[in-house]
Design a binder for this molecule. Structure first.
Ligand code: ADP
Ligand code: MG
Length: 691
């Protein structure tokens, strides 16, 4: 076979067995279900769903977590090193032990011609079911305290086939082994790589995306893998930039609002506190924007608990005062309901009508009120911008946790041409803010209300968890309330909910038997959830056991202590968000992070937990987080409208970012309306670029 001249990598893309397209490629086939691949049946397909894999494209665009580097295969008899090595042998006795705190240990005797060792798998109980005495295995890992600590493994037939020494490792699961995923990905590449088209114009002379993807999955060297990743990151960043450029429509007009008047005066008086200097400054900036006849596009950044909601409500009331409407949109129902409680309480005092609109019940009445103008303020989820919702006269919209919405959703909102205030508690280092938000004006609430004492954070190993609960009970006895956050397990929402339920019951019987325990998780019906939140707010419950659904928005100043179980499973940003649920009143608040025994943790995990103990400053923590993780998935860039940044490592890819911005600008400046072009680019397909 002729190697195409434009193949940029020496990777496997030249494999003769791969299906070459006749005529056009079929990009739409990337949306085919995985069951269209040879050898994939419905059972396997079902098992792939929790891994986020449903289509062929999902497989292709799944970035390997890491690559196995070349490791020497060592005879078991001469294992004595601390390096990562590979052993191959046959399985003997298999045992499973249950350890405290829901952990488990599977051990299996492995024998080759030179000796026997006991191989260990932590917290992967399912491995025991797949091992059989006499089965050949190929294990990669390190000799550790308890034997050979297995990192990745190939069992049975897979073991015989496994030879690659520089191979991708994908996030696997209970039911789908790493080896199986590798094989599946190979099948997907073999059958569909030619359906991957290039979104960027051919004149740019970039390596083809399909070559980059193939190389990403099957590189020969680490350098190739990195080069491929960068190429894919470039597409991602260009798309992101285009989306950002596009969300800024310079020609839009809005009605200027009159100066603040009597209603605002009453609002200020009604507040039980005086606004901080930072809040006042933000309000001044907002006032200036609202006087103009171009729509406000302002980002209000402020750490958790810094008091953004008060400013948001100010904006909404400015609209009401002008005889028009305001809307507050939040990313989750819980958060929307929380906001509604806060906003409605004040609105009632001011004689302003306020409705809640989520996808749940009662929406017909709310929609009608919004359409007739009877509702002066509407609080809700993205239900607010769905078809069938007509605002009588929307003047101001506030979008909370705006990074959780896609660009499209933000755009749907701006079609009403309101003044827009975006809020975020996810502090994004300045250098990145520009990329993600483009040219939004930024206001910042850099300090929380002065009466607030910084939260004291302590980190303890699991062996001291009873002390943590004693502390918690002491707060309860003093009339305060508390949160217990359940471990983050990579399971379905349903299983997570069930685990939280079990944990709440356990705590109610054990540590918290003298107190009233409530439960909050993602599977509760809206009405149930509202009831739990109401009961907690009104102190009918002492403790709220919750999953991360409490991450944003829950605001109960009387809650002064939080325990996070298995805190080592959470990311830094997430822990910071969770912690922000306490420390909302004048009382000193505490956050107790319980982790596995400290000597079981990696250095990186220890550094992460220590960072939280050391600092309550969200900006500092965000920088630290970037440093520790060194890559993508920084919260603020997720769902920027073009999906997650899967391939980008923001810190390492600064130069790439510049290049992407130039490329995007070039595309934007091309003659004529560029929206169509951008559309195609964002969809990632342009048949004209097919080689
Ligand atoms: P954010 O949305 O930024 O996380 P909130 O607006 O929910 O923070 O405010 C957190 C808490 O601080 C709320 O209970 C709010 O009533 C209170 N708060 C806001 N501004 C002030 C202030 N100027 N002085 C005292 N308390 C305030
Ligand atoms: Mg908030």
């Amino acid at each position: 076979m002729q190697v195409p001249a434009h193949t940029g990598f020496a990777g496997l893309v030249q494999d003769e067995n791969w299906r070459r397209p006749r005529g056009w490629a079929h990009p739409e086939r990337l949306n085919d279900p995985v069951t269209n691949l040879p050898g994939v049946g419905p059972t396997l397909a079902k098992r792939l769903v929790p891994l986020g894999i449903q289509t062929v494209g999902d497989l292709l665009y799944r970035r390997p977590r890491r690559y196995e580097t070349a490791a020497d295969q060592i005879p078991i008899g001469s294992l004595n090193t601390t390096d990562e090595v590979v052993i191959a042998g046959t399985v003997g006795d298999i045992r499973t032990r249950v350890l405290p705190r829901r952990r488990s240990l599977v051990t299996a005797r492995i024998t080759d011609e030179t000796g026997t060792i006991s191989a260990t798998w932590f917290n992967q109980p399912w491995v025991a079911e797949r091992l059989r005495p006499g089965m050949p295995v190929r294990l990669r890992g390190k000799t550790g305290r308890y034997g050979f600590d297995v990192k990745t493994y190939d069992l049975g037939d897979d073991a015989a086939k496994a030879t690659a020494d520089f191979a991708p490792v994908y996030g696997a699961s209970e039911h789908v082994s790493p080896a199986r995923l590798r094989e599946l990905t190979r099948t997907a590449v073999e059958n569909h790589i030619y359906d991957v088209l290039d979104p960027l114009p051919a004149e740019l002379d970039l390596t083809l995306r399909r070559d980059a993807l193939a190389t990403l999955h099957f590189p020969e060297t680490p350098a190739q893998a990195e080069e491929a990743r960068k190429r894919l990151a470039l597409d991602e960043l260009v798309a992101l930039q285009l989306a950002v450029f596009r969300s800024h429509d310079d020609s839009a007009v809005a009605d200027a609002l009159p100066k603040p008047g009597e209603l605002i005066e009453r609002y200020r008086t009604a507040l039980p506190f005086t606004l901080t200097e930072h809040q006042e400054a933000a309000i001044r900036e907002i006032d200036r924007d609202l006087q103009k006849s171009v729509p406000m596009q302002r980002l209000l950044q402020g750490d958790v608990g810094s008091g953004k909601t008060v400013v948001a409500l100010y904006c909404l009331l400015r609209a009401v005062e002008a005889g028009r409407q305001g809307a507050l949109m939040a990313p989750t129902e819980t958060l929307a309901e929380q906001h509604f409680l806060t906003v409605e309480a004040i609105c009632r005092e001011l004689g302003v009508t306020c409705v809640l609109l989520t996808s749940g019940a009662g929406s017909k009445a709310s929609r009608d009120a919004i359409a007739s103008g009877a509702a002066q303020i509407a609080v809700g989820t993205h239900a607010l911008i769905q078809r069938g919702v007509e605002f009588a006269d929307l003047a101001v919209a506030v979008v909370d946790e705006q990074h959780r919405f896609g660009v499209e959703q933000r755009q749907a909102l701006s079609e009403h041409r309101p003044h827009l205030l975006h809020m975020t508690a996810t502090p994004i280092p300045r250098t990145l803010a520009l990329t993600v938000y483009g040219d939004l004006a930024v206001s910042e609430i850099a300090q929380p209300p002065a009466s607030r004492k910084p939260i004291i954070t302590a980190w303890v190993g699991a062996e001291r968890s009873s002390e943590a609960y004693e502390r918690l009970c002491a707060h309860l006895d003093a009339g305060r309330q508390a949160y217990v956050v359940c471990p983050l397990i990579e399971l379905s929402e349903t299983r997570l909910a069930r685990a939280a339920e079990a944990e709440a019951e356990r705590l109610q019987r054990a540590e918290l038997r003298n107190y009233k325990v409530g439960l909050l998780h993602g599977k509760l019906k809206p009405a149930e959830r509202r009831e739990v939140m109401r009961a907690f707010k009104q102190r009918e419950l002492d403790v709220l056991v919750a999953t991360t659904v409490i991450e944003v928005g829950v605001d109960v100043p009387n809650a002064t202590i939080m325990i996070v179980q298995e805190a080592d499973r959470f990311g830094l940003a997430q822990l910071h968000q969770l912690r922000g649920r306490v420390g909302r009143g004048a009382e000193q608040s505490y956050c107790l992070l319980i982790s596995r025994a400290k000597d079981e943790l990696t250095d990186n995990t220890k550094a992460r937990l220590q960072a939280l103990v050391d600092s309550t400053d969200g900006f500092e923590l965000a920088e630290r987080d970037l440093e520790l993780r060194g890559e993508g998935q920084l919260l603020g860039t997720r769902q920027s409208g073009v999906g997650d940044l899967r391939f980008t490592r923001l810190r390492a890819d600064r130069a790439l970012l510049e290049r992407a911005r130039d490329l995007a600008r070039g595309l934007v400046n091309e003659d004529g309306p560029w929206h169509d072009e951008a559309d195609r680019l964002l969809q990632g397909a342009d048949p004209a670029n097919l080689a």
